[in-house]
Design a protein around this ligand. Sequence first.
Ligand SMILES: Nc1ncnc2c1ncn2[C@@H]1O[C@H](COP(=O)(O)OP(=O)(O)OP(=O)(O)O)[C@@H](O)[C@H]1O
Ligand SMILES: [Mg+2]
Length: 256
Amino acid sequence: MTEPILKLEQATIRFGGLVAVNEVSFSVAKGRLFGLIGPNGAGKTTCFNLITGVYAPTSGQILFQGRSLGGTKPHRIAHAGIARTFQNIRLFGALSAVENVMLGAFLRHRSSLAGALAFMPSNIKESAELRERSLHLLEVLGLADFANHRSRDLPYGKQRRLEIARAMATQPTMLLLDEPAAGMNPQESVDLQDTVRRIRDEFDMTVLLIEHDMKFVMNLCEEIVVLDHGEVIAHGGPSDIRSNPKVIEAYLGEAV
Ligand SMILES: Nc1ncnc2c1ncn2[C@@H]1O[C@H](COP(=O)(O)OP(=O)(O)OP(=O)(O)O)[C@@H](O)[C@H]1O
Ligand SMILES: [Mg+2]
């Protein structure tokens, strides 16, 4: 088996009396399409916040490419190669799609927007190259025709795709997607599965994603961890997860 690119070892975080993530351990192999699922409040987004350095674990540790991320600041983790999207879209609404992607690349180097703006190159050639790369990412995400549209004017599904393009602008090796298909209609969700697969294949990416759309997860993910009340209750391939009685009881119900 290949070395895991990401490893959680009994990662735990408490918020006051609440243990939001409780001794969670799992490894993600390089190149995997990996799903993190579970009911509302299970601790999924908090896991992303731990991995990306928004919070430091109360105990346990997280290793990326064999190195502990303990106490590492979010922009350093981004620099190390982990990029994410957010459950609630965070775009610069007044900027165009391509400008949002370009800014994503600068945010890799700076922890704040002000810092990113200050870092904008005065060198026209450099920024032209960046624009080209950003346009290519928009094309990969199926947004080539919308490059100059103001991002707030894009339909919701396209905004979610734009978030992925922006995350990829940092040239990550690992992409964390928090509910990428939320609010999409069934066709958009199927199309997004193809896009995420293409991103994995063409960019040699490892993808860890949170999603409540079970068709999306079961069709796309090769390996799945299920959280409930901050704890791992199951880990396996889609068919194991679908038929796991604990998962059915805690989350899926009888319908899936
Ligand atoms: N900064 C925080 N302070 C206090 N409690 C928090 C904080 N962040 C998360 N929590 C709590 O931790 C628990 C897990 O939240 P989290 O957002 O990780 O759930 P989730 O699995 O992503 O759920 P959903 O599917 O609804 O997005 C919830 O009870 C939440 O209220
Ligand atoms: Mg969440």
